[in-house]
Ligand binder design. Structure first.
Ligand code: C5P
Length: 401
């Protein structure tokens, strides 16, 4: 699984750095080449000489090491890797990563790359439990950094608790899992998400309420299964997942154009809350208040993007087209009728009555309406709804359902 892989190993300061020597040996035994980078603190725990002897190549330590800069440059160093492993990842380095600091070679490499990153945290249990570290970790999870460990156990400082770095073989398993083939490898998918903004004038717009949380979670879940995700998003509250191909749009018309340009996909999921109408006579300059006289806004209908795509001929239509139905009553009946009306394959329906707390919340209760009928899912986090939907999509695309 690791043969031929190029791993950039960043060793930060901590007593667990001694385990990184074994980690290097085990990665190389499995056919990976390892480029080591050490922070200054790391070299207080293990010597650069031992690290480079085990890696079989030089160790990079200094951001201002001019020989290395002319050799390959720190940008190149981080981008040429298949995976960056940070082991041990100290509380300090986690904080730098979470906040985008770049004041030494390790943190600069981590900021300058879009290569996937796996961290193996190691620190004192109180440092691990500290709200600042937990905040940083939450940010790193949101930034799609992969995490292995830490484990509970006795610590070098004499305390007991969570904070011991994972053992080298556990880290190897996490690396191998990262490189394992995934069901949607080689498949492109399209996801629309967020609201659209329909201008009234340069400073005003009409829009639907939508945080973009569910669409974003679906894009991330499909990416986790290996899909190459085209993410067409209106102005959402949540940032798009790292690593997906993001196409930012404002209006329904922009979204329609972006969707039409990205239909060479195995599946298209329309999670966006598209405004049904736009202002036909939107003004190019700010409309002024005029002594109580109201502006005349005339509305016109936006294109129904989902219906358009779902009703394309087989040569242009993605094989699986999925729409959403946010309903406040008769959810299954309305969603079933919507599936027929739009011509899509599946509808993910949910009850967005205010008392459910679903709109803008972290949970969702979905009903999947397909040709076979309605399948009611339990109330789950939006992440779990996305994972369940992504699994169903993978089964359908691969013909295993
Ligand atoms: O018609 P309604 O807005 O209830 O349908 C919701 C579904 O249709 C969602 O999947 C939404 O993304 C999609 N839609 C669309 N273009 C529109 C309106 C809705 O793609 N103009």
């Amino acid at each position: 699984m690791l043969a031929g892989k190029n791993i950039l190993l960043i060793i930060s300061g901590g007593i667990a750095a001694f385990k990184s020597l074994d980690l290097i040996r085990r990665m190389r035994e499995r056919g990976a080449s390892v480029t080591p980078v050490m922070t200054q603190a790391a070299s207080e725990f293990v010597t650069p000489l031992s690290v480079s002897a085990l890696a079989g190549v030089q160790v990079y330590q200094d951001l201002f090491d001019l020989t290395a800069e002319s050799d390959m440059g720190h940008i190149q160093l981080s981008r040429s890797a298949d995976l960056i492993v940070v082991a041990p990842a100290s509380a300090d380095l986690l904080a730098k990563m979470a906040n985008g600091l770049a004041n030494d070679l390790a943190s600069t490499l981590l900021l300058a790359t879009d290569t996937p990153v796996l961290i193996a945290p190691a620190m004192n249990v109180r440092m691990w439990d500290h709200p600042a570290t937990q905040r940083n970790l939450a940010q790193l999870v949101a930034d799609r950094v992969h995490i292995v460990g830490p484990n509970p156990g006795d610590m070098a400082c004499g305390e007991y608790g969570l904070g011991r770095m994972s053992e080298p073989l556990e880290i190897i398993d996490a690396i191998a899992a990262h490189f394992a083939p995934r069901p949607l490898d080689g498949h492109k998918v399209l996801v629309t998400s967020g609201p659209t903004h329909e201008p009234i004038d340069p400073v005003r717009y009409i829009a639907n309420r939508s945080s973009g949380a569910q669409g974003t979670a679906i894009a991330a879940a499909l990416q986790d299964l290996g899909a190459d995700v085209r993410f067409v998003t209106g102005p959402a509250d949540v940032p798009p997942p790292n690593g997906v191909h993001v196409i930012q749009v404002e209006s329904a018309q922009d979204m329609f154009d972006a969707v039409k340009a990205n239909l060479d996909v195995s599946c298209a999921i329309f999670a966006a809350a598209v405004a049904d109408w736009r202002v036909e006579n939107a003004s190019g300059s700010k409309i002024k208040k005029q002594n109580g006289a109201l502006p005349e806004l005339s509305l016109t209908e936006n294109p129904d993007i989902l219906a358009h795509v779902a009703q394309l001929g087989t040569d242009a239509r993605p094989p699986l087209v999925i729409g959403f139905a946010a309903e406040t009553d008769d959810v299954i009946e309305n969603a079933t009728a919507k599936r027929a009306r739009k011509g899509c394959d599946w509808i993910v329906a949910n009850d967005v009555s205010p008392e459910t707390g679903i709109m803008g919340g972290s949970e969702n209760q979905a009903i999947l309406v397909t040709e076979q009928g309605a399948d009611q899912w339990p109330r789950l986090s939006k992440g779990d709804v996305a994972a369940k939907l992504a699994e169903r999509i993978a089964d359908q695309i691969l013909g295993t359902s």
